[in-house]
Design a protein around this ligand. Structure first.
Ligand SMILES: Cc1cc2nc3c(=O)[nH]c(=O)nc-3n(C[C@H](O)[C@H](O)[C@H](O)COP(=O)(O)OP(=O)(O)OC[C@H]3O[C@@H](n4cnc5c(N)ncnc54)[C@H](O)[C@@H]3O)c2cc1C
Length: 327
C-alpha cells in the first residue's frame, strides 16, 4: 500500500477542510471494506485518507412524519435493526441478502452507495474504461446488459441503491465550501463515467455525501435478487419495486434494477406494463418481459437477460406481498 496522510476530523466542516479538489489526491474512508482492498492493490493510491466515522452528525437514524433520515456512516446492521425501516422491507431485504455479519457490521450506507464498480478488469488494474475492448472480447459474464454501449461496461455494485432509488430517496451533499449544501434525488447521484477520472457518482473529490432521506409515500415495496447461492456474494441481478396500489390496481410504480448497468437502472417499460393493472403472476411476468425489451447483452452475459426478467417479476410480487416462487 502506498504511504498516505491520515486525518479523522470530528465535524463536517473539518472533513471539507482536508478534502482536495484534485481527483485521486484524497479518499474518504467510512467502513473501509471496499476502499482498503483497493488501496492494498494500488488501484486507488491517495496521498491522504480522510476517516469520516468520527463525525457524529453522520451517524444515526431519525424519523418524522414525512420520512426517515439516515446518516452516511450508519452501519448496515443498525439500519436493519431500526424499527423506522420496517415500512421499507425492500431495503431490509437488500441488507439481509448480503449474508455477511462482518460486512453488515462494518459497512456503511454511504460506502455502499459510493463503492467502486465490482469489475474484475478494474480490480485487477486494467482501469474501468480502458478495459472496454478487453471486456467486450473477454470474460464479461457479470457485466452490464443495459447502458453498455460506451466504454463503461461494469455494473453499479451498490446493493441498496435499487431499493432506495425506487423509494424516491434523496441525498444531502456538502462542499466544496463550508456553506455549500445541496439535496438531490439519489437517482441523480449516479452517472456513467466518460473518462477514467470521472467517478460513478457526480460527487466532486471535495464533496461529501452526508445523509440519505427516504420519504414516506405509502408505497408497497420489495426487492428480489437472483444469486449464485447463499453466502456473502453479489447478486447476479437484482430488482426493487415500489408500488402505490389503490382498489387493487397499481396507480404508480417505480422499478429499478441493480447489477445490470453502470448505474442503477430505472425501467420505464416495466412501469408502463404494470401501472393500471392489478398485481398478478401474469401482469408481473409481463412487466418483467417489458423490462428486458431493450437489453443489449455482451458476448458472455446473455443469461442475465432472463434473470432480469425474473428479478423484476418477483420484486413486483414481493412488493405486493405475494408468493414470489423463488428463494
Ligand atoms: C469480501 C467482500 C465482499 C463484499 N460483498 C459485498 C456484497 O455481497 N454486497 C455488497 O453490496 N457489497 C459487498 N462488498 C462491498 C462493500 O464492502 C459494502 O458495500 C460496504 O457497504 C461498503 O461500505 P464501507 O463503509 O465499508 O465503504 P468504504 O470502503 O469505506 O468506502 C467505499 C467507497 O465509498 C466512498 N465513500 C464512503 N462513504 C462516503 C461518503 N459519505 N461520501 C462520499 N464518498 C464516500 C469511499 O471513498 C470509497 O470510495 C464486499 C466487500 C468485500 C471486501
Amino acid at each position: 500500500m502506498k504511504s498516505f496522510e491520515y486525518s479523522a476530523p470530528r465535524d463536517e466542516a473539518g472533513v471539507l477542510s482536508v478534502l482536495s479538489a484534485e481527483a485521486g489526491h484524497t479518499e474518504i474512508l467510512a467502513g473501509g471494506t471496499d476502499l482498503i482492498g483497493l488501496m492494498k492493490k494500488f488501484i486507488v493510491t491517495p496521498d491522504r485518507v480522510v476517516n469520516i466515522k468520527e463525525v457524529r452528525s453522520l451517524r444515526g437514524i431519525d424519523a418524522d412524519s414525512e420520512g426517515v433520515t439516515i446518516g452516511a456512516v450508519t452501519n448496515l446492521d443498525d439500519i436493519l435493526e431500526s424499527p423506522h425501516l420496517n415500512e421499507f422491507p425492500s431495503v431490509q431485504q437488500a441488507i439481509r441478502n448480503m449474508s455477511s455479519p462482518q460486512l453488515q457490521a462494518q459497512g456503511t450506507i454511504g460506502g455502499d452507495l459510493c463503492q467502486r464498480p465490482r469489475c474484475w478488469f478494474y480490480r485487477n488494474g486494467y482501469g474501468r474504461l480502458a478495459a472496454a475492448s478487453l471486456i467486450a472480447d473477454g470474460d464479461n459474464r457479470f457485466h452490464a446488459i443495459f447502458g453498455n454501449e460506451g466504454a463503461a461496461k461494469f455494473v453499479s455494485a451498490s446493493r441498496l441503491a435499487p431499493a432506495l432509488v425506487a423509494l424516491g430517496a434523496e441525498v444531502r451533499i456538502i462542499g466544496p465550501g463550508s456553506q455549500d449544501e445541496l439535496f438531490m434525488p439519489l437517482a441523480s447521484l449516479f452517472q456513467t463515467p466518460r473518462t477514467e477520472w470521472q467517478r460513478e457518482t457526480v460527487l466532486e473529490p471535495n464533496q461529501l455525501l452526508t445523509h440519505i432521506r427516504i420519504p414516506r409515500q405509502g408505497a408497497a415495496n420489495g426487492t428480489y435478487e437472483v444469486r449464485h447461492g447463499e453466502g456473502p456474494d453479489y447478486p447476479l441481478v437484482a430488482a426493487s419495486a415500489a408500488l402505490r396500489v389503490e382498489s387493487g390496481i397499481v396507480r404508480q410504480a417505480a422499478i429499478v434494477l441493480g447489477q445490470v448497468a453502470p448505474t442503477p437502472w430505472f425501467s420505464a417499460d416495466a412501469v408502463r406494463a404494470i401501472v393500471g393493472r392489478p398485481v398478478t403472476e401474469v401482469t408481473a411476468d409481463a412487466a418483467g418481459e417489458a423490462a428486458i425489451a431493450t437489453a443489449t447483452p455482451l458476448s458472455g452475459n446473455g443469461y442475465k437477460v432472463q434473470l432480469a426478467k425474473v428479478a423484476v417479476k418477483r420484486a413486483i410480487l414481493s412488493a405486493a406481498g405475494l408468493e414470489t416462487g423463488g428463494f
